[in-house]
Design a protein around this ligand. Structure first.
Ligand code: SF4
Length: 767
């Protein structure tokens, strides 16, 4: 029987619109060649198409080739990325969001001494951000999960995820919700705003990698080890442009929360997202979390053939994993794809002369804090306690949500962990995202174990020398009692006064035997609240972290004609990712303040004329790149950039387009663009152009005066050519002509004419 101590929730706003999705899928089958067999990933994506004929019609290959225009069902935002997403949304001046949305205060909570004190200190330190987010949530009808409620992905899994749903989240581990058989995709704020404003959200149809699971997990092996093993096979780039779709007899046996762990870490191999066919375990999890009506609707949709792949569906690649052969793994240090099985870990450490003394053990986070994880971990702690052992190192536990925290407290699991020396932190990201104030081991070589998902340098404690290995919570916990990384809990013993002690493999309950308890009910927002339009948005004019975003004006007189003459600010040489354009790190605190964060613009870019980093010049001399941009901005002098190949690769960070636009950039001409960034530039009203002849890159230099020719007729629709001629005026008076190509769709032309996509959306809505 499914334990369901939680009252059944109002599921009206969280049940996927199955009848509409099935109807769209019928239309899709009429557009695709007769008898096409679809993977589950394709079914969910295509069921969310706005116009199947437009996206799929005309024959030809879809996966990896076509751009899908989609209508996501829901948006989730975390406190760091929600800031700019909401500031952008506000510029459209719409009264409410087009789809249900939620905000989660989790990333800004710093772990230091323990849940209560950490939470109150962090709330004080970030009060202005939380107040802003709460006021925007109230104004636009967004569900607001205040600090302490839990981590975005755990709360989404417990409350919003549902089989067949398509959700966007402004965080890279959004795919966690795939554990409930849906597609959850991590995006930048500008994409989230597409969904919030009912603008078609574009995605290049991903390839689909099938992961076939056979056999069954044994002993110490867990779902975490499956994804750690797979990360080793695929590497950090192996999933790029792909959805990982799991199938085979080994899937149904995994708990829903175990599947969520696997989906969560699909982000580590760069996958668009991961998903699984609807299973009995998913149904039970829905009931246990008070969502029986969603389970019933999903059962019906599954009967209609929606929530699993068609028999005979083909994958672009198939990887088979026999769960019976899977060993626990340690991945790291410093990259999640360096996978070492438990049996080889000691030699790996010794061969590389890595530290073998453990300095801290951390479990929980959005990746591994399910009831199942905690009950299995408690089974290890019980054994250790009975043997008189205590954790040899700081042992930190991060519950993923208030629901988990309250339930493990009620069921005595938390007490068991505390008895052996654990400190329970706030329900928030904390040490997983560098929010860990750790005074010991500052600047020293040391090794930590975490059950988290990422382990780039300095990710946890800001110390570049901390070697961070990822493992299952069970293995991390067992190792905490030894303190020695050479210890193999499956085979070795720990000496005690009563003789050697050896662990038996962990065991636990997938769901709480007496059901979940909600804990502090004040954390749960009212479902789909009504917008309160008269709410004042809480941003102080003197804030250094938040600033109202003013809509950009159009670069075209009256929204038509050619662009005004622009001065070339610089020619950027070589690789230029969104990180080069808008650095992260210490700048993250300014994510909601465009003027302040813009001071990092292109500060690690190489100037092709001279080869220096962060140097540009205007007529008055050399300066840093952002300072030069500020000079142009102060003179209201329009400017443009020349850039190299694959400009703007990397994350979907919208700041990389917003910042140049803020300083007055009107056009960027590239040897080639990364697709997402190119679209982001168009969204912000910057014209991206491609050199027809890549060698023309060096024909435009700093201080040249560039005018467009042929653009006016493209904008007013009298010309369908894709070619724009650039007339480049040299300081000598010579004029050089360069041909460039635009990739603007009809909608994107409107964005440019209006000054930005958001201006245009706002104009449409007010018509
Ligand atoms: Fe991201 Fe870590 Fe927070 Fe999860 S716990 S959302 S991975 S920062």
């Amino acid at each position: 029987a499914t334990p369901s101590a939680l009252p059944v929730k109002d599921c009206s706003s969280i049940t996927p619109p199955y009848p509409r999705l099935l109807q769209t899928l019928d239309e899709v089958r009429n557009v695709l060649p007769k008898g096409s067999k679809l993977t589950l990933a394709e079914k969910i994506l295509y069921a969310h198409l706005r116009n199947p004929e437009e996206s799929l019609g005309g024959g030809g290959k879809v996966r990896g080739e076509r751009y899908l225009k989609l209508r996501p069902d829901r948006v989730a935002m975390q406190d760091a990325s929600a800031q700019m997403a909401l500031l952008q949304f506000m510029t459209c001046r719409l009264p409410s969001c087009a789809v249900p949305a939620s905000i989660h205060c989790d990333h800004l909570i710093q772990a230091q001494t323990g849940a209560e004190s950490d939470l109150s200190r962090s709330i004080e330190a970030n009060r202005e951000v939380f107040d802003f987010l709460e006021s925007a949530a109230l104004k636009y009808g967004i569900e607001f999960w205040r600090p302490g409620s839990g981590i975005i992905h755990q709360i989404v899994l417990e409350n919003y995820a549902a089989p067949g749903l398509l959700m966007l989240g402004t965080d890279s581990h959004t795919p966690n919700a795939g554990g409930l058989g849906m597609l959850a995709i991590g995006v930048g704020g500008a994409d989230a705003v597409d969904a919030l404003t009912d603008t078609p959200w574009e995605l290049k149809a991903p390839l689909v990698t099938g992961i076939k699971l056979t056999g069954e997990l044994k002993g110490w092996a867990t779902p975490k080890d499956l994804i750690l093993h797979l990360a080793g096979k695929l590497t950090v780039r192996g999933g790029t442009g792909r959805i990982l779709e799991y199938f085979g007899p080994g899937v149904a046996a995994q708990s829903c929360t175990g599947l969520a762990t696997i989906a969560n870490m699909g982000a580590e191999v760069g996958a668009t997202t991961s998903t699984f066919p609807y299973s009995d375990n998913m149904r039970q999890y829905l009931h246990a979390t008070g969502r029986g009506p969603v389970a019933k609707a999903a059962d019906q949709a599954a009967k209609n053939g929606f929530l699993q792949a068609d028999d005979g569906a083909e994958y672009d690649e198939v990887i088979e994993i026999n769960l019976s052969e899977l060993e626990p793994h340690f991945n790291g240090p410093f990259t999640p794809d360096l996978a070492t099985p438990l049996s080889g870990f000691s030699s790996f450490l010794n061969d590389n002369k890595y530290p073998t003394t453990l300095s801290s053990a951390l479990i929980g986070s959005c990746t591994n804090s399910s009831y199942e994880d905690m009950s299995r971990v408690a089974s290890i702690a019980e054994q250790a306690k009975a043997a008189g052992l205590k954790s040899k190192v700081p042992f930190l536990v991060t519950p993923g949500s208030e629901l988990i925290r309250a339930t493990i407290e009620r069921d005595g699991l938390q007490g068991t962990l505390e008895d052996v020396g654990a400190t329970v932190l706030a329900n928030a990201c904390g040490p997983c995202i560098g929010q860990w104030k750790r005074d010991e081991k500052k600047g020293e070589d040391n090794a930590i174990l975490t059950s988290f998902n990422r382990n780039f340098k300095a990710r946890n404690d800001g110390n570049l020398k901390t070697m961070n290995f990822l493992a299952s919570p069970e293995i991390v916990t067992a190792m905490a009692f030894s303190g020695d990384l050479n210890f193999n809990p499956a085979t070795d013993s720990i000496p005690t006064p009563n003789g050697p002690f050896k662990f038996t493999p962990p065991s636990g309950d997938r769901l709480p035997p007496t059901g979940y308890t909600p804990g502090d009910l004040s954390y749960a927002p009212q479902p789909s609240p009504k917008p309160v339009p008269e709410t004042e948005i809480a941003i102080s004019p003197s804030s250094t972290r938040l600033e109202i975003l003013e809509p950009f004006g159009t670069n075209f007189a009256g929204g038509k004609g050619e662009l005004p003459q622009m001065t070339c600010l610089m020619r950027v040489r070589g690789k230029c990712t969104t990180d080069h354009i808008s650095a992260a790190g210490a700048w993250l605190k300014y994510k909601g303040h465009l003027s302040n964060i813009s001071e990092n613009t292109l500060m690690t870019a190489v100037n092709d004329e001279g080869g220096q980093i962060n140097v540009a010049r205007d007529a008055s001399g050399e300066e840093t790149i952002p300072k030069t941009m500020q000079k142009y901005q102060a003179r209201s002098e329009p400017w443009m950039l020349v850039v190299d190949d694959n400009y703007g690769e990397g994350s979907a960070r919208e700041h990389a387009a917003l910042q140049p636009r803020f300083y007055g950039c009107g056009m960027i001409v590239a040897r080639s663009f990364a697709r997402i960034h190119e679209t982001n530039l168009k969204k912000q009203g910057i014209l991206p152009l491609w050199f027809v002849n890549k060698d023309d890159y060096s024909k435009i230099s700093a201080l040249d005066k560039v005018t467009t020719s042929g653009l006016a007729s493209i904008l007013d629709g009298t010309s369908t050519t894709s070619i724009v001629t650039l007339k480049v005026g040299k300081p000598s008076g010579e004029i050089v002509e360069v041909e460039a190509r635009h990739t603007l769709s009809t909608d994107q032309i409107e964005w440019l004419r209006a000054g930005s996509a958001l201006n245009w959306i706002g104009e449409q809505a007010r018509k």
